[in-house]
Every structure is written in C-alpha cells, then in structure tokens.
Write a protein that binds this ligand. Structure first.
Ligand SMILES: Nc1ncnc2c1ncn2[C@@H]1O[C@H](COP(=O)(O)OP(=O)(O)OP(=O)(O)O)[C@@H](O)[C@H]1O
Length: 315
C-alpha cells in the first residue's frame, strides 16, 4: 500500500506562457481529510483537473493510490469519486437515471447500480426528487447530486472541488458531518475550498496554495495548534437548543452567554453533532442565525501568510 494516496512531484501547468500551477509537491496520506485551500484563481481547479486526468500537466508526476496519472487513468478513476466544480451536463436525465448511468460507467451491474443510486439519493437528501430532471434542480440540489455521484461505486478516495459552494448553512453542516463520517469509515478525502472555517472543521491536513504554489502543507493541528472544538450558535429559540444539546455524548460543555450558545465538542464524536443538529433544527422548525467556530486560529494564520482578505463564507 502506498504511504500517500495522492502524491505529486513538481506538478506544473502552463496555459500558453502563463504559469498557473508551479512545482506542486502534494502529499495526501491514506485516511486524511485534506483541505486544499487557496483564494480565487490560486490554481485549485487546475490542480484537481490534473489529478483526475481531465487536464494534462505541462510537466511533473502524479501518483494516485500508487498508480500513475494519466497513464492508468481508467483504473485510477474506478477508485476515485470526483465532484467537479461545474454543474452537471446531463440536464435531460432524472437524478435516478443519472446516478444509475454513472454506476454503469464504473462497471457496476445494473441491480447494484440501481440499489446504490437509491441509497445515495437518500443519503444526500435528494430522494424525493429522484424522478426530477437535472435541469429542474436548484444549484444546491445539483451539488447534492454531484456528491451522490462521487460516492457511487464506494470509492477509496474522494476528490471534491468546492463541494459546498451552493449549499445553505444547514446543508453545509450536514455535509461536514458526512465527510467526518466517511473519514471515520477509512476513506481519504481531498477537498478544495476557499472557506477557511469549513476546512478547519472537516480537515486534519491542509495544503495552502497561492499563485499556483504550495506555500504550506501539513497537519492542521501543527499549523494552527487548535486546542479545542468550540462553536458559537444562535437559533430562533436558544432555550430549546440548550435543552437538546445538554445530554449529548458529543457535547463536553454547553452554556449561553450574551444570547449566544457556546458549545465545546468532544472531538471523538463531533460528526454526530453535525449530523444531528440540522435534523433537530429542521424538526423543531428553528431558524439558524449564527453558526461559527468560536475561534479560528487557522484563519488568523492564513490572513498573515496570504497578507490579504479572506472570504469566510459562513453565515
Ligand atoms: N483553460 C485556461 N486557459 C487559460 N487560463 C486558465 C485556464 N483555466 C484556468 N486558467 C487560469 O488559471 C488560474 C487558476 O485557475 P483555477 O480555476 O485553477 O483557480 P481556483 O483556485 O480553482 O479558483 P476559484 O477558487 O476561483 O475556483 C486563473 O487565473 C485562471 O484564469
């Protein structure tokens, strides 16, 4: 088994004379949730397109699960779930047809593709839209379908390009829970984003890219020295939220301070928080007004390193 599930050496891409990605040495260990973080135009999508074989590098090497990209692309992509940034092109298909089709492309027998499509539609929250055409979906619903499609075939590695950009706050929270859950089941996840707080919540590794160059890579803990997992939450009825959170296994402490519910999570079970909270808020019809990490050391570090403003993107 290779040490790194994704490994690149001096990965470089020119568009004409323009150098968009330069000398990238990515190292993504097995089982990592790796956040590929950089501002708009930094080269994230270009890198991901090279990793998935959609774009040929100008030079450099790429190894995915120990295999060479692009030489072994077909074999590699059977083990990789890819969620592109751009919307789906299969506008005429229903969600169900699309997912079964994607399963068949991966070589799944029809009954298996059908079963997986059903399971994943439920898992990603688009079950009731199964027979809607893709052209009829909202951008957030399309993003859920893309996520379901990336999970078809139970891939070992997920490569997700800005997977939450069209999701609402509850959808984002659910997504974080799912990524943590998938990581627990042993999958390796590579996620590009420019939303620092989101990366901080999901990822244990991070690579920072700016102007096509990797300026930092390593464990989030080492980079940011995050000591605790604290969140600030405000909903339309904080009392109800406090009552709900008080006896939960994933909550170490919870209290209200100046109208804000402060939660300290037990990291061992934090995915439960992200999965159960949205379901609770929806069932109680509580509106969410604020949801953010109490402190964001990674964000402060990034501000310094990039010496620029950074879109937080959180509500
Ligand atoms: N086909 C292309 N031809 C020329 N330039 C390109 C091409 N594709 C991307 N670029 C340029 O390469 C740079 C990096 O683009 P890329 O899409 O990889 O950035 P990104 O980090 O994914 O940005 P964002 O967060 O906005 O999606 C940008 O300046 C972009 O204009």
């Amino acid at each position: 088994m290779p040490t790194y599930i994704i490994e690149t050496k001096e990965l470089t891409k020119f568009f004409g004379k323009r150098n968009v990605v330069y000398n990238l040495n990515l190292k993504v260990p097995k089982g990592a949730v790796y956040g590929f973080l950089g501002p708009n135009g930094a080269g994230k999508t270009t890198t991901i397109k090279m990793l998935t074989g959609a774009l040929k590098p100008t030079y450099g090497e790429i190894k995915i699960i120990g295999m060479e990209m692009p030489r072994e692309r077909v074999k590699i992509m059977r083990n990789v779930g890819y969620m592109p940034e751009r919307p789906l092109a299969y506008d005429d298909m229903t969600i169900f047809e699309f997912l079964v089709y994607m399963g068949r492309l991966l070589g799944l027998p029809k009954d298996k593709a059908v079963n997986q499509a059903r399971e994943l539609m439920a898992y990603t929250g688009v079950g009731r839209l199964a027979f809607n055409k893709i052209e009829e979906l909202s951008s957030g619903q399309r993003q859920r379908v893309l996520f379901a499609s990336a999970l078809m075939g139970d891939p070992e590695l997920l490569i997700l390009d800005e997977p939450t950009s069209n999701l609402d706050p509850l959808g984002r929270m659910e997504f974080i829970g799912k990524i943590l859950e998938l990581a627990k089941s042993g999958k390796t996840v590579f996620i590009s984003s420019h939303i620092v707080s989101e990366i901080e919540r999901m990822c244990n590794y991070v690579g920072l890219i700016k102007d096509g160059q990797l300026i930092e890579q390593g464990k989030v803990r080492d980079l940011a020295k995050i000591e605790s997992t604290d969140y600030d939450v405000v909903v339309s009825d904080n009392e109800k939220l406090l009552k709900f959170l008080r006896d939960k296994i994933y909550v170490r402490e919870v209290w209200e301070e100046e109208g804000i519910v402060r939660v300290k999570l037990d990291e061992r079970f934090s995915e439960k928080f992200f999965l159960e909270l949205p379901a609770f808020l929806a069932s109680e019809k509580l509106a969410i007004k604020l949801f953010k990490p109490h402190t964001s050391p990674l964000e402060r570090i990034l501000m310094k390193r990039f010496n620029m403003g950074w879109k937080n993107g959180e509500q």
